[in-house]
Design a protein. Structure first.
Length: 220
């Protein structure tokens, strides 16, 4: 993508995750362009990338909107993600380099600082660090097919909304999982890495499920 398209991508992505563009609402290209302060050409390229990542969706009439995820959609995404992340971690454990392990440690340190931020955990920083951490693992797995599958399965909307519901204790537990993964990678223990990755994603699914049920519960 061009520099302008990358800027449009970052701005629109942030607007989606923050809820500025509500789920189910059609958004014309002109509105995205005005939001970004850019012309329609880079915005159009950014939209195509966001559609590929499932952060945006096109209707049968080619109109663009933020997708609405049902409970069944969410459960299936988490199930598929747990399977793929486990396989990814197993491959990475066999192929990861010392430099990549060092980068994982650095991302863990970044996440630690986000959790310990003054005034309470920095959710956006936590999500950013988490994304970079898992990106390194995906790169270490050295599988273009897996990377393409992960792009379609890992919904950043779900990731962000899950993190918003995390307590400090939940974030600290997530970090323990990350540190366990680093330890497994250091030993090149594929079975350990697979088990930790599966537990890590299933725990996130449990938090997200509880959040959805709480949001749908009738008010007394």
């Amino acid at each position: 993508m061009s520099k302008a398209s990358q800027e449009a991508y970052r701005k629109i992505r942030a607007g989606i995750l923050s809820g500025h563009f509500p789920a189910g609402q059609f958004v014309p290209e002109d509105e995205f362009a005005q939001y970004c302060g850019l012309s329609r050409t880079p915005v159009r390229e950014a939209i195509a990338e966001l559609v590929a990542e499932m952060l945006l969706q096109r209707s049968d009439t080619n109109r663009v909107f933020v997708p609405v995820w049902s409970d069944d959609d969410d459960e299936e995404l988490f199930t598929l993600r747990a399977m793929l992340e486990s396989h990814c971690a197993s491959r990475a454990a066999r192929l990861i380099t010392d430099d990549q392990i060092a980068r994982l440690r650095a991302h863990c340190d970044f996440i630690d600082r986000a959790i310990a931020a003054p005034g309470g955990p920095d959710v956006s920083g936590f999500v950013e660090g988490n994304r970079h951490f898992h990106d390194v693992i995906l790169a270490a797995a050295q599988s273009e097919r897996l990377a393409q599958l992960m792009k379609f399965v890992v919904s950043q909307i779900v990731v962000h909304r899950t993190a918003e519901q995390y307590s400090r204790a939940d974030m600290e537990q997530s970090q323990r999982d990350h540190r366990d993964l680093v330890s497994a990678f250091e030993l090149h223990d594929a079975d350990w890495a697979r088990a930790v990755a599966n537990t890590h994603i299933r725990r996130a699914a449990s938090v997200y499920r509880a959040m959805r049920q709480g949001a749908e519960a009738p008010q007394a």
